[in-house]
Design a protein around this ligand. Structure first.
Ligand SMILES: NC(=O)c1ccc[n+]([C@@H]2O[C@H](COP(=O)([O-])OP(=O)(O)OC[C@H]3O[C@@H](n4cnc5c(N)ncnc54)[C@H](OP(=O)(O)O)[C@@H]3O)[C@@H](O)[C@H]2O)c1
Length: 325
């Protein structure tokens, strides 16, 4: 099989493509012949050695994919060879023609959903769904503010928030990104480069602030978001795409009576596999029905993994890029 290999931590340009033997599934695992791979911001962090965990070198990056089950490890029940699945890989390795994952981390793809969309759904949509449903308990009619709203997790949050009946405010850095967010369910969009975000949210919510804030950006923007949350609000900490982990004065959640809520989809899949299965089944059904389908920015051959990751780092991607082995 072909696989992208990271031999030393550093720029994504250092990645190479190599021919490696197919992995063999251990007990409880399935072997997947990969058809589509979702590219994610954390993949670039991992290659640069900036992610929460550092795998032993050399390694193959990638946390999600879709494909066909090619072999079952001992004791696996509920799957057969030939089943179409999407999967998250807790040990990375999906930038490849084949990967083994625990059977608990494979999710059956319904008819009506293709490999490209299924392979791009787990990380971004899985994170957004877990954040909005389990962590924020978003209710219909509440105001949801999404930062980085045209990016992978952001656009997923816009779609899911809209589908759950929230009033969605998108915050993005360009007119084009604002347009895409509106196409995918945002009721209104704020240009983060041209507006004072705190003042804009205040005026759009009659001074109340947003009930739920979905923040994958962090950095300076987070200082405005920390002052834009409504009484009883929930500020979802998703990530720090801007690079800086913000420091927030704790008097703000005290005075304004809001909660700061951490979200970690990968750990959630590990700690609560049954709920993760239920979430991903619900998401796939929504996708097959058309209400939350990922926006595919580009579909590229696997050998262009470096270019795909560079586009994410250059802040160019709207929605998701898919790689094809
Ligand atoms: N907690 C979890 O479980 C989880 C799961 C997936 C991802 N994440 C994290 O969430 C963050 C975003 O992931 P994503 O998949 O949404 O990424 P993405 O598709 O690249 O989108 C990130 C957005 O952040 C904004 N941004 C601001 N400054 C940026 C910069 N210097 N470089 C790149 N983007 C910048 C951009 O929007 P504008 O141009 O509109 O500002 C961009 O569209 C990452 O830190 C990632 O590690 C966390």
């Amino acid at each position: 099989m072909e696989a992208i290999v990271c031999s030393e931590f550093g720029p994504v340009e250092n990645l190479s493509i190599q021919e490696l033997p197919d992995p063999v599934p251990n007990a409880g695992e399935v072997l997947i012949h990969v058809n589509a791979i979702g590219v994610n911001f954390p993949d670039a962090l991992l290659v640069r050695g900036l992610y929460q965990v550092k795998p032993a070198l050399p390694f193959t990056p990638g946390i999600e994919c879709a494909g066909t089950i090619a072999a079952l490890g001992e004791g696996v029940e509920g799957f057969s060879v030939g089943d179409r699945v999407a999967a998250m890989s807790p040990r990375f390795g999906t930038y490849s023609g084949a990967v083994t994952v625990p059977a608990s981390h494979a999710y059956a793809i319904p008819d009506g959903l293709d490999f490209d969309h299924a392979g791009a759904m787990l990380c971004a949509h899985g994170t957004a769904y877990h954040a909005l449903v389990q962590r924020a308990a978003l209710r219909p009619g509440e105001t949801l503010l999404v930062a980085g709203a045209a990016g992978g997790t952001g656009l997923a949050a816009v779609q899911i928030g809209h589908a759950l009946g929230a009033h969605v405010i998108a915050a993005c850095s360009s007119e084009d990104k604002m347009r895409i967010a509106k196409q995918h369910g945002a009721d209104i969009a704020i240009h983060t480069g041209e507006n004072d975000v705190r003042e804009a949210v205040k005026s759009l919510t009659g001074g109340a602030g947003a009930d739920v804030i979905f923040d994958p950006v962090g950095g300076d923007l987070a200082q405005s978001l920390a002052r834009s949350t409504a009484w009883n609000g929930r500020w979802l900490v998703i990530g720090f795409a801007e690079g800086e982990i913000p420091k927030i004065p704790l008097n703000l959640p005290l005075v304004k009576g809001y909660s700061i809520v951490g979200v970690f989809w990968g750990s959630f899949c590990h700690h609560d596999p049954a709920q993760a299965q239920a979430n991903h089944r619900e998401l796939f059904d929504m996708a097959a029905g058309g209400s939350v389908k990922p926006h595919l920015h580009a579909v590229m051959p696997l050998k262009e993994a470096t270019e795909a990751l560079s586009q994410i780092e250059r802040r160019e991607v709207r929605g998701k890029i898919v790689l094809k082995p």
